[in-house]
Ligand binder design. Sequence first.
Ligand code: FES
Ligand code: FES
Length: 168
Amino acid sequence: MAQTLRVNGHEHVVDVEGSTPLLWVIRDVIGMTGTKFGCGIAQCGACTVHLDGNPVRSCVLPVSSVGNREVTTIEAVGATDSGRRIQEAWLAVDVVQCGYCQSGQIMSAAALLKRTPNPTDADIDSAMSGNICRCATYVRIRAAIKQAATGKIAVTQAIPVTAIGGRK
Ligand code: FES
Ligand code: FES
């Protein structure tokens, strides 16, 4: 079934079954591989993209349900104000370890910052709780979100290794 998708500001005509998960279409049909497959059952957040600015798990979203909504992926979230600030803070705080979960983390954080410009710890925990990081970068993720919100450096390289899951 041919369907037109708007992804990162461009239209793509894709010929797939309507039940195909959006993640498969983004990665295997359109060829953008920044969005990751982790669990495939909406439990890890690695596949998070935005639909009209709202975070969704693309591994369980049938492509037929996207409709006319704008899909934004990690490849283009930096063109949004919240996405740009999150990515700058991610680099400043040096969040990333292996990196596999980080596309999804950034997409969830950018959506949070857009709807809640000054999130509390509870806001951050609530918005980010569905994004799993095997490298346990959670302390730095929280610090980076706060830095993106306030412009202030909330954490430095002085974080003990044991507090961030054995970062090397
Ligand atoms: S791959 Fe979609 S939530 Fe894990
Ligand atoms: S940085 Fe390795 S899984 Fe999150």
